[in-house]
Write a protein that binds this ligand. Structure first.
Ligand SMILES: CC(C)(COP(=O)(O)OP(=O)(O)OC[C@H]1O[C@@H](n2cnc3c(N)ncnc32)[C@H](O)[C@@H]1OP(=O)(O)O)[C@@H](O)C(=O)NCCC(=O)NCCS
Length: 322
C-alpha cells in the first residue's frame, strides 16, 4: 500500500497500518472527535459502551489505518471489505488538528486499499446536515444519495420462529453456511460477501449470526452484535448486516428474520433491537416501521460510483455502513 504524506504549514502527516500499540489512542481520539462534533458535555466518555477500534482491528489489521504527526497518532480510519463492495469509517481526527488535511491523507490510503481489493462500488455513512463532510468525501468521488436510518425498537414478547445459530454449527456446517450466505448476497449484488463479519463475530464472541434455512440454501441471515464492548453497546442487539433471498416471499421471510433477531436479543438479555436501513430500500424500511421500529439517527449514504449499489426498493438488506 502506498503511504501518502500531506503537508500544510509545517504539519507533515504520515499514514500507516494500525498496530496493537495504537488501539487505545485511536479509541480515545474517536470518542473525543465524535463527542466534540456532536457537542456532548463529556466528549472523552462519548459512546463508551460501544467498540469499533479493537474489534475491527482484530477482524482485519491490514484494513485499519492511523495518521501520525511527529510519531504521535492523530487520527484513524477503518476500511471494510465486503467482496465487490467496500465501505469505510469511523474516520476520526483529533479536534485540535481539524482542517489541516489529516482526514484526506487517511482517505487517500483508504482508496488505495479499495483499489487493491478491486471493489466495484464503495460507500460511507455520514452526517447529512454537514456540508463539510459531504465536501470532504466528494473530493474522493463519493456522492450523496438516499438517507440511511438507524432504527430501534424495544425487545418485547418474542414470537416463536424456527432458526439456527452459526455458533452452534460444526466446522463443516459452518463452511456450508458461509457458502450459502455468500450465494445469497451474490444474488442481490454480484460479489457481495460479508462472511468476514460472520467469522469475526464468532472468533471474537461479539454476538451470533441468525440463519433461516430453506433446504440446503439460506433464505435469510442476520449478523448481530450484542452488548457492551461490541458495535451494539450495552443492552442492545444490533443487526450489523441482514439479507433475505430475493423472491415472492421475501417480505414474509424478512419478518421471520426480525423475529429471530429479537429472540436472539432476548435470549442474551438485551433490551433493544437496532438496525440500519437505507431509505431507498423502501419495502424493508416500511416493514420496519410497521413492526414498531423508530428512527434514532439519520445520516446520508454516499456512493462511489454515483449508483444505487444494493440500495434498491425491492432489496431486503439491513446495514448502515457506519
Ligand atoms: C470529519 C473529520 C474526520 C475531518 O477531518 P479533517 O482532518 O479536519 O479533514 P481535512 O482537513 O482533511 O478536510 C476537511 C475539508 O473540509 C473543508 N471544510 C471545512 N469546513 C467546511 C464547511 N463548513 N463547508 C465545506 N467544507 C468545509 C476543509 O476546508 C477541507 O477541505 P479542503 O481541503 O478542500 O479545503 C474530522 O472533523 C472529525 O474527526 N470529525 C468528527 C468525527 C466525524 O465526523 N467523522 C466522520 C464521520 S462520517
Amino acid at each position: 500500500m502506498s503511504m501518502p504524506a500531506a503537508s500544510r504549514s509545517s504539519t507533515t502527516v504520515s499514514v500507516r497500518q494500525m498496530q496493537q500499540r495504537d488501539l487505545s489512542s485511536a479509541r480515545s481520539i474517536m470518542q473525543i472527535a465524535f463527542g466534540t462534533f456532536i457537542g456532548v458535555a463529556d466528549p472523552v466518555n462519548f459512546s463508551a459502551d460501544r467498540d469499533y477500534v479493537f474489534t475491527r482491528w482484530k477482524a482485519d489489521p491490514s484494513a485499519a489505518l492511523v495518521a501520525e504527526i511527529q510519531g504521535a497518532v492523530v487520527g484513524s480510519n477503518f476500511a471494510t471489505n465486503w467482496g465487490s463492495f467496500g465501505f469505510f469509517g469511523p474516520l476520526t481526527v483529533k479536534p485540535e488538528l481539524w482542517n489541516k488535511g489529516v482526514a484526506q491523507s487517511l482517505l487517500a490510503a483508504t482508496m488505495d486499499l479499495f483499489e487493491s481489493w478491486k471493489v466495484r462500488e464503495a460507500g460511507l455513512f455520514t452526517f447529512a446536515q454537514s456540508g463539510r463532510h459531504v465536501h470532504l468525501y466528494q473530493k474522493f468521488g463519493f456522492w450523496p444519495r438516499f438517507l440511511t436510518a438507524i432504527q430501534a425498537k424495544p425487545i418485547g414478547s418474542v414470537r416463536s420462529v424456527s432458526w439456527s445459530r452459526y455458533s452452534e454449527l460444526s466446522d463443516n456446517q459452518r463452511e456450508e453456511a458461509l457458502r450459502a450466505c455468500r450465494d445469497l448476497t451474490d444474488s442481490i449484488f454480484e460479489g457481495l460477501d460479508v462472511t468476514r463479519e460472520i467469522r469475526s463475530i464468532q472468533e471474537q464472541s461479539l454476538g451470533d449470526t441468525v440463519l433461516l434455512w430453506g433446504g440446503d440454501a439460506v433464505d435469510a441471515f442476520a449478523v448481530c452484535h450484542c452488548g457492551q464492548g461490541t458495535e451494539a453497546g450495552a443492552n442492545v442487539c444490533y443487526i450489523k448486516f441482514a439479507a433475505v433471498k430475493p423472491g415472492p416471499n421475501s417480505e414474509k421471510v424478512f419478518g421471520r428474520l426480525l423475529d429471530a433477531c429479537e429472540a436472539l436479543g432476548a435470549e442474551r438479555g438485551m433490551k433493544r433491537l437496532e438496525a440500519g436501513v437505507n431509505l431507498n430500500r423502501s419495502q424493508a424500511y416500511r416493514a420496519l416501521l410497521e413492526r414498531g421500529f423508530r428512527t434514532e439517527i439519520q445520516g446520508v449514504a454516499m456512493h462511489r460510483a454515483d449508483l444505487p449499489a444494493y440500495n434498491r426498493p425491492d432489496v431486503f438488506i439491513l446495514d448502515d455502513w457506519r
